[in-house]
Ligand binder design. Structure first.
Ligand code: FAD
Length: 450
């Protein structure tokens, strides 16, 4: 307690009461992110500091280094693996309030932002310049760019445009001892560089373990002219995945390919009855973007392929119709719990990634795992990358359901490793994937620890 008081006093002296929080209630609001694990445990930080400048971050880091106090950087806390909670106590550096877009260089197609800028805000700002930042997490209205870089986030458009790391050109980082470094060249505006070791890439996905990201230079792209959406419904789950493989075999790369399984369809219908989706085993949503003729051509090619296995296919380019079709996918995060009265959707084992050739097998295997533990698992997500969201739906107040949920999540992680996939395609390791790191990485884990 005495130590905590000194820490809080020192932080208050450095930053004043408006940016230092230490009451029980304030600290409580930082004990969790979106992971289930952080909701069933309480990880209190000793103090929360909201810095607004590189020098301020540096001061905190130097202080913490000299006094051996753990520091956990935090963006919006939407991470699903407990990465932004202070599992060893100490200081939480809340960077969400440091949210300036520093520069928009339209000609060189790049922007410089501070870590707390929210993804959706950045894209709304870029839209008026005819530009966009392609990674597109479902948490777009909340997630910060600092958090996205640190988790190497991706999302609905990764199948064509890749993940965050493919757009990060350079970073300013405060190192654990308070020193400041710039990666990607001190004055660079280049869109490509192979000068020196790629430290920028090392920080992508480093989850706050290697320093605090205080500035980010990002490549942006011209906004595509046109877009189209195709909805395809499949009586048999595996046929949806086979259709995806056939689309790729035909040389087509949609900008998004998303799946909802039967539970997902049911949940979406309960949440928004006007959607009225037929209750089949799987629905696929393809998004195509690019020039107008290319979109039309690709859309019709995908339609032809989907019709071989689907019982219903609809292609739309009308904005209202597209918005309506896409709603089925858009609501699922919030809707999934509706498949079971009074239950909650759990974030555990929720973003494993399978090799795409194994997806037809993996989809059915996940269903079987759910049955084995008597737990409904809703499947949805980025099937084009093999990156599936698996949502166990349970009553978290019933210990036997929580126990079953842990077993389901563990089995899904192990299934991913067994078929040559990854335990996490986009959300990261945090505290939830540490048990699998040895098996997934072998010797490379020792190097990461160093
Ligand atoms: C509804 C919902 C949908 C989601 N959909 C997707 C999706 O489609 N794709 C996807 O990839 N993710 C998704 N996520 C997960 C999450 O939104 C992303 O991982 C996001 O990038 C986290 O950003 P954040 O600002 O909330 O970071 P936080 O959760 O606050 O932090 C995440 C990690 O980054 C570290 N960190 C944060 N800021 C910094 C910094 N400035 N310097 C160093 N380290 C830092 C933290 O220590 C932590 O380890 C979703 C989450 C929710 C709740």
């Amino acid at each position: 307690m005495a130590e905590q008081t000194k820490l809080v006093k020192d932080m208050l002296e450095m930053f004043g009461p408006d940016r230092v929080f230490s009451s029980d209630l304030d600290r409580y609001t930082y004990t969790y992110d979106s992971s289930f694990l952080s909701q069933i445990n309480e990880y209190y930080p000793d103090v929360v500091v909201c810095p607004k400048g590189t020098e301020e971050v540096s001061k905190v880091m130097r202080y913490a280094y000299e006094n051996e106090i753990p520091v956990t950087p935090r963006g919006a806390g939407t991470g699903q693996t407990g990465g932004s909670v202070a599992i060893c106590g100490g200081i939480i550096l809340d960077l969400s309030t440091w949210n300036e877009v520093v520069e928009i260089d339209t000609v060189n197609m790049q922007v410089v932002v501070r870590p707390g800028v929210v993804h959706n805000h950045l894209n709304n700002t870029l839209s008026s310049y005819g530009l966009f930042f392609p990674p597109d997490p479902g948490s777009s209205k909340m997630a910060t760019i600092g958090g996205m870089v640190s988790n190497n986030a991706s999302g609905l458009r990764a199948v064509k445009f890749g993940n965050t790391s493919q757009y990060v050109l350079g970073l300013e980082v405060v190192l654990p001892n308070g020193e400041v470094m710039k990666t990607g060249g001190l004055k660079s505006k280049a869109l490509k560089s192979v000068s020196g070791l790629d430290l920028t890439r090392l920080y992508n996905g480093s989850e706050g373990t290697l320093g605090v990201i205080t500035e980010i230079r990002i490549k942006v792209l011209p906004k595509p002219q046109a877009r189209g959406i195709l909805l395809a419904l499949f009586p048999k789950l595996e046929d949806s995945a086979e259709t995806v493989l056939e689309v790729f075999k035909n040389g087509l790369i949609p900008s998004g390919i998303e799946i909802l399984d039967d539970g997902g369809i049911k949940a979406a219908n309960k949440y928004k009855p006007e959607l009225n989706l037929p209750e089949v085993e799987a629905a696929l949503f393809f998004e195509v973007n690019g020039s107008k003729p290319a979109v039309e051509y690709e859309g019709l090619q995908i339609k032809e392929i989907a019709e071989k296995r689907a019982c219903h296919v609809e292609w739309a380019t009308d904005p209202d119709r597209m918005a309506k079709l896409w709603q089925g996918r858009a609501v699922i995060g919030a809707a999934s719990a509706r498949v079971k009265e009074g239950a909650t959707r759990i974030f555990a084992g929720e973003d494993v990634c399978f090799p795409i050739a194994k997806v037809p097998y993996a989809l059915r295997a996940i269903k079987d795992i759910g049955k084995q533990y008597n737990t409904q698992v809703v499947i949805y997500g980025h099937i084009g990358d093999g990156n599936m969201h698996t949502a166990p739906i349970i009553d978290p107040l019933k210990p036997e359901e929580v126990e079953a949920c842990h077993k389901v999540a563990d089995s899904i992680h192990r299934l991913a490793l067994e078929v040559g996939g990854s335990t996490t395609g986009e959300h990261g390791v945090g505290i939830t994937r540490t048990p699998y790191m040895e098996e997934e990485h072998g010797k490379a884990l020792d190097i990461m620890r160093m």
